[in-house]
Design a protein around this ligand. Structure first.
Ligand code: CP
Ligand code: NVA
Length: 310
């Protein structure tokens, strides 16, 4: 296969700061165009996208499919029972077959190796729609949302994530490897993010990175308090045990009070209200979770434009 590596969108740190910022600018530009009701910009006209889902989804599926359609393209949804990648058929065969029909492949998988294999064997761009390791499209949408609400990302901007050191945290760390800000992750002992990813972000020397087990201390001075489910997809059988271990890591009104009046609340959704976040926090005026969800579509449109060289 012959495609430049930048065609794929697998990890945020595969790109330099200028490219990431360009994609975010483009996202804002195309967002304004779509919001104006304008439907004459059709860069994906005549193009098709295969969307592979080994896990459930609302936002990722609907935002990719809608965004691709609004810009002129056609997206095909392949659910967990459809192609059964790695089970009914080897990943490298799926990659090569879909490459013959489609201009771009988006995939949500369990093992991170599956997205790497798809990218290796496909001759068209592959976009990561979440793996057990990371969720780059989400964090691009989150960066866009932060720019809209807090202002340009800069070394002073403090994002405090409270909860499990999971795929969302890894993408925050990889963003922090290329764009400067202050990232704090407060998680229970034993639920810290991947050590290699933390080291990578620290080694990049671009952002201030803190990993702590004290959520109360962590949120002080936050511009954004961010939360995600305690048991991710594929870990649901651990949910009861995790609820015990994560006591004290719920984002409630008291914790938001400690963060201060200017702190926004963010969550990638879906949220389990009353578990990792209270209903009051998610419904408060400074909660920007639905702006975040909306921006999935706009961030991804820009990612696809970049991947397709448009
Ligand atoms: N945030 C997110 O990826 O949502 P879905 O799982 O609904 O796609
Ligand atoms: N960490 C969550 C994110 C869902 C968008 C999961 O992987 O299930």
């Amino acid at each position: 296969k012959e495609k430049p590596q930048w065609n794929d969108f697998l990890h945020i740190d595969d790109f330099d700061k200028a490219t990431i910022m360009k994609m975010l600018d483009r996202a804002a530009e195309v967002k304004a165009l779509l919001k104006s009701g304008e439907r004459v910009y059709l860069p994906f006209k005549g193009k098709t996208m295969a969307m592979i889902f080994a896990k459930p989804s609302m936002r990722t599926r609907v935002s990719f499919e809608t965004g691709f359609f609004l810009l002129g393209g056609h997206a095909i949804y392949l659910g967990p029972d459809d192609i059964q990648m790695g089970k009914r058929e080897e990943t490298r065969d799926v990659a090569r077959v879909l490459s013959r029909y489609n201009d771009v492949i988006m995939a949500r998988v369990f093992a991170h190796q599956d997205i790497l294999d798809l990218a290796k064997y496909s001759s068209v761009p592959v976009i990561n729609g979440l793996t057990d390791y990371n969720h780059p499209c989400q964090i691009m949408a989150d960066a866009l949302t932060m720019i809209e609400h807090v202002g340009q990302t800069c070394h002073k901007l403090q994002v405090v994530y409270v909860g499990d050191g999971n795929n969302i945290v890894h993408s925050w760390l990889l963003l922090a490897s290329v764009v400067p800000f202050h990232f704090v992750c407060a998680c229970p002992k034993g639920f810290e993010p991947d050590q290699k990813t933390v080291e990578k972000a620290r080694r990049a020397g671009i952002s201030k990175i803190e990993i702590t087990n004290d959520p109360k201390e962590a949120v002080r001075g936050a511009d954004v308090v961010y939360s995600d489910v305690w048991a991710s997809m594929g870990q649901k059988e651990e949910a009861a045990h995790r609820r015990q271990v994560f006591q004290g890591f719920q984002v409630d009104e008291q914790l938001m009070k400690l963060a201060g009046p200017r702190a926004y609340f963010m969550h990638c959704l879906p949220a389990e209200r009353g578990v990792e976040v209270t209903d009051a926090v998610i419904e408060a005026p400074n909660s920007i979770v639905f702006a975040q969800a909306e921006n999935r579509m706009h961030a991804q449109n820009a990612i696809m434009l970049h991947a397709l060289g448009l």
